[in-house]
Structures are given as C-alpha cells and as structure tokens.
Design a protein around this ligand. Sequence first.
Ligand code: NAP
Length: 446
Amino acid sequence: MERFGEAVLAGASGKELASIPIPESYRAAFVRRDETEMFIGLPSTEKDPRRSLHVEEVATPELAPDECYVAVMASAINFNTVWSSIFEPLATFGFLERLGREDSWGRRHDLPYHVVGSDAAGVVVGAGSAVRNWHPGDKVVVHCNYVDSEDPQSHDDAMLASNQRIWGYETNFGGLADLTVVRANQLMRKPAHLSWEEAAANTLCSSTSYRMLVSRNGARMRQGDVVLVWGATGGLGGYAVQHVLNGGGIPVGVVSSPSKVKLLEALGCEAVIDRSAAAYRFWSDEHTQDEAEWRRLGRDIRSLVGDDPDIVFEHPGRQTMGASVFVAKRGGTIVTCAASSGYMIEYDNRHLWTKLKTIKSSHFANYKEAWEANKLIARGRVQPTLSVVYPLSEVGEAAMQVHSNQHEGKVGVRCLAPENGLGIDDPSLREEIGEDKITVFRRMGR
Ligand code: NAP
C-alpha cells in the first residue's frame, strides 16, 4: 500500500493510480474473535483497547460490483471502535456472522478478525464494474451508512432499511487501515481546504449531529431555539454546537473541565455549564434519582439563557436522561442517539406526558444528510473538531484516550499519510476561512 500512499502524495493521476496493482494484503487495525472474552469480569474502565486492537497485515477482500477500494490516508476514532475493542455491550462478530449469511459478498465479512473504523479520508484506487460516479484518483471521505438499494424502504430513508449497517462496526474492512472496501454510495468529495487527518475526523459525528438537529428526521431546530448539548466538546457535541450556532439557535454546552469551558467559548458558545464544578448528583444511589438535582440543572440553564431548552441533545443515557426529560421545555424535544453511561433508561414519565414533550430517536444519517453535513464542512461553515492525531501503529492508545474521556473533539489516526498537514488542495479557501478557526480544537485542547 505504500506505493499508493507515495503516488497520492506525488500527485499521481487517476490513470496512474489505476495502473498500480491492489496488493494481496494490507495493514489494518482489528479485533480477534478468539479474544472476545479477554476482559470478562473486569470493570468497563479497565477494559483496555491497547490490548485488544492489533495492527497487522490482513488479506485484501475481492471487490463487489457496487464497491470501491479506497487507499486510506487518514481515519479517526469513533466511540463505536471503543465499543468494538472492549467487546461491549457485545462482541461485534455476531454482526459479521449475520452479514455473512446474507449473500456471497456478505460472506467475505465473516472472518476470525474484524477490521474496525467508521471514518476515512483517502483516494479511490479501484472501482467495481457497476460503479458509475466514482473513479480512481477521486479524493473522498467515507460515510458509514452501509445499505443496499434493493430495499424499498431505503428510498424513503436509508436509515430505515432492514439491512442498514454501520460500516467498520457492523461490517468488516473498516477505515482504520491503509485500505478499505466501501459501497460507492458511501463516498463523498473530500473538502479541498482540509488536510487528510482533518477531513477524516468529521463525517460520522457531524452527520449524526446534522440528522439529530437539522434534518426533518430529527428535532428540526428553528432559529432562536435553546439547545442543551451534553458533552459539548466531545465527538458529537463539538459539531452539535456548531450546527446550533449556524442555524440561529442558542446552545447551552455542558462539559466537565475549565479547559473545555474555554474551548467551548472559543467555538462561540456563550452559555456553558461545567458539570464537574456544578457537581450534579442526578442519582442519589444506583436506583434512585434526585428531582432536586434535575431542578438545579434547570435553574442553571434558565440563569444562563432565560429559558428552558427547546431541544436536549442526548447521548450520555442513563446518567442524564432523567434530567434531560425534566429540563426540556413544555412541548420540547429530547433527541437521543446513544447511551454511553447505560442503556436501561429511567425518567419520570409524568414530566414527559403532562408537558407534551417528545423523545426522538436518531441514528447516524442517510446519504443525503451526510452529504449536506459534508457540504457545510467543505464550505467552511462547520470546522473539524480534530484535537490530536496518532499513527495507525498507536491506534490502541488513540482509542484508550476516547474510552477514558481524556480527549476533546475527535482523535485522528494517520494511515498512509506520513505526517500531519498533507492533502490541502485549496489553500486560498483555507486562508479565507481562517487557520485559527479550522484548528481551534488543536490549539485550545490539552
Ligand atoms: P465522546 O467524544 O466521548 O464525547 C462524549 C462526551 O459526553 C464526553 O466528552 C463527555 O463530555 C460527555 N459525557 C460522558 N459521560 C457523561 C455523563 N455520564 N454525563 C454527562 N456527560 C457525559 O463521544 P461521542 O463521539 O460524542 O459519542 C457519544 C456517544 O454517542 C457514544 O456512546 C457513541 O457510541 C454514540 N454515537 C452514536 C451515534 C449514532 O449514530 N447513533 C453516532 C455517534 C456517536 P464532558 O466530560 O466534557 O461532559
């Protein structure tokens, strides 16, 4: 794969790239089926991705007619790679087995190893016989919605397709590797003003946030809406704050340290709550929630913005959901896409029904939503939240940073790109948008 990396950096044409043979194996980060029980009995915090994520050569799979090979210049850590690498809430090999039963192309995925990763920026180096819009040499970012077009439902909203999967989590051959295999309908143009690692950091989290807040499939945020964003400098939250500000909303960002407060202010979020300083105790013990603490959060929000949230951007789950349902405005929406702190949720239903609130579920994004989110990044209306970059050889450490909440925004991973800062094709657009804005998470992060 190094030949591809060197050729891309030397500016090789699509024809030149197409003439380089696809190697029989490539370097990839994967978890192993025979190690899925290695952490049994350990508390979640002691399950260490540095032990379970391996970086070695794996065999290159054959290409289906509707797929492309992408030489991956850079990728990023998403929380789903943390889940895969600690085998929580379950090992991902069951997903691969089910995909393996689907058809002969699906069978390729059912292997004793799972190449993980759900973000990538790179260059198309091979296209299947049925691919029309993408060609060797195209610089791309990859979105992770893996869905075929034969399910009628996918033509309404692809996220509702019965065989919808997340690439690199529920499929094999993910993005934390020097090569990946993706469906052509996962490809989008790489934003030309960004480096490889900046471009690779955005798609999963920005698209998810776009659907949750902006899309008609989400909370349909309007100008002037107050939006409470949990984890507002995290992977999802860093994009959510930007989407709220872009749409004329008023973000109230919750974070857990003074340095994150500063970062959030630099992002333009004026109303900020440091949850560590506030020391909320929504749960007085494992089984009991404390309404007085929900009320205290509500008062803190009102004192900052003079109102209750029209929308709560939810993902911590069990720890915060009771509070989120309580503080949302009468008629407001709690939009949720995750449950990092526990998925068995408890909230007081009286506050939901008597105040006519709605809990709206959301999961990644369809192609159109991902495309729109990518357009905002390509136009410099949303900035990457990349804070730090690791080489692929240190992917376990990169995942550990996210697992232990030591990071801000996105943790990037260089694959074929030998150093940071390469791949910027439109320096004048970059200058127009402003280096300071584009690198805010790297400058202000720890
Ligand atoms: P992340 O980068 O780790 O950010 C999450 C942030 O949430 C953390 O930075 C932390 O911020 C805050 N947080 C963590 N535990 C909390 C708690 N108990 N109470 C309040 N805040 C807490 O992760 P992410 O990429 O944003 O992903 C968050 C979750 O969403 C994960 O479970 C992930 O799997 C899921 N997700 C789902 C989708 C989907 O399509 N369904 C897409 C992306 C992500 P502070 O410490 O600063 O408060």
